[in-house]
Design a protein around this ligand. Structure first.
Ligand code: FAD
Length: 288
């Protein structure tokens, strides 16, 4: 198993920002994760799990204790209409495997650049679909080192929410129940959604996707656009000119640049429209 000390997380985050992890491990099995959790518990180290870091800002001071990246646990298996994906599998790759097996239901995720673990954790969704529509269960590891098989009810999905968030569990794998469909039709739908995405989102620049949750009764992107904030920039972090809900790294941004842009956007939208914008993106790690 690969383990690095003092490893810059900017090498792994989608924004290309973030400080160093004291210890960064790439487990390749549940056994490896359990060994690491035991080591962390014995040495009173905190544990942080990262998926594909596509919905994440790691502060410039980095992460103390043990950080796990699960991308080496990426097996996807299919049996009839049931697909099981390990937590580190890419969500996009999972949609491709579903399509290749003529399985319909996760076309909505064709362009969501996270891992299965991150997708379950966030109840990721797009174009009218979300993880909760297709996941029937997930295997998780509890902080006291027990593997649990949780059904959909126990996962308690909501808008960008899942019970794993409060319970500090590590998602190990997820099971999807899909329906049989036409391979061509599934591919066409995935291509169509990816075209819509490419037309609206700044996919050519590093970002962490939509930074803010949708406030009730509003769209975050429209509020930010109407506040005249598109193009607003601090350091190398800029409110995207293409999609106001995204903040892009245009010139060697730091995590602090990102956080300062977020603060400015929140304050301006509050002042102009009286709406509180809550971050969807997860912000972790220490200040510099
Ligand atoms: C260009 C772009 C477009 C995007 N479009 C969408 C979209 O359409 N819809 C959408 O919902 N999101 C979208 N996102 C955001 C992101 O892709 C999703 O939220 C994704 O599900 C995050 O997965 P991840 O593996 O990258 O998680 P990370 O960013 O690595 O982590 C997110 C959170 O999940 C936790 N986590 C990750 N893996 C595990 C695990 N195995 N066990 C426990 N906790 C874990 C982390 O600790 C963190 O708190 C987009 C992002 C980008 C950059």
């Amino acid at each position: 198993m690969d383990i690095f000390l003092d490893e810059p997380l900017s090498k792994y985050t989608n924004t290309k920002t973030g400080g160093k992890a004291d210890i960064l491990a790439f487990p390749e099995s549940v056994d490896h994760i359990q060994q690491l959790v035991q080591y962390a518990n014995e040495n009173q180290l905190s544990i942080t799990v990262i998926g594909n870091a596509s919905n994440l800002i790691v502060r410039d001071g980095g992460i103390r204790g043990l950080t796990l990246i699960l991308t080496k646990m990426n097996k996807i298996t299919v049996h009839e209409n049931v697909l099981i994906a390990q937590a580190g599998a890419s969500f996009i790759e999972t949609t491709k495997v579903a399509q290749a097996n003529s399985l319909s239901g996760i076309e909505f995720a064709a362009g969501i650049p996270g891992s299965i673990g991150g997708a379950v954790f966030m109840n990721a969704g797009a174009y009218g679909g979300s993880v909760q529509d297709v996941v029937v269960s997930a295997d998780v590891l509890t902080p006291d080192d027990q593997v649990l098989h949780l059904d959909k009810q126990e996962l308690d999905f909501g808008y960008r929410h899942c019970s794993v968030q409060e319970n500090n569990q590590i998602v190990l794998a997820a099971t999807f129940e899909l329906s049989h469909g036409s391979r061509d039709k599934i591919q066409k739908e995935m291509d169509h959604l990816n075209e819509l995405r490419a037309a609206k989102q700044p996919l050519d620049l590093p970002s962490c996707g939509s930074v803010f949750k949708r406030p009730e009764g509003y769209f975050a992107g429209k509020l930010i656009h109407d506040a005249g904030l598109q193009g607003f920039q601090i350091g190398g972090a800029q409110v995207s000119k293409k999609h106001a809900g995204f903040i892009v790294n245009v010139d060697k941004a730091t995590a602090t640049d990102y956080l300062n842009v977020i603060k400015h956007v929140q304050a301006t939208v509050k002042e102009k429209f009286g709406v509180n914008l809550e971050t969807e993106v997860r912000i972790i790690g220490d200040n510099e």
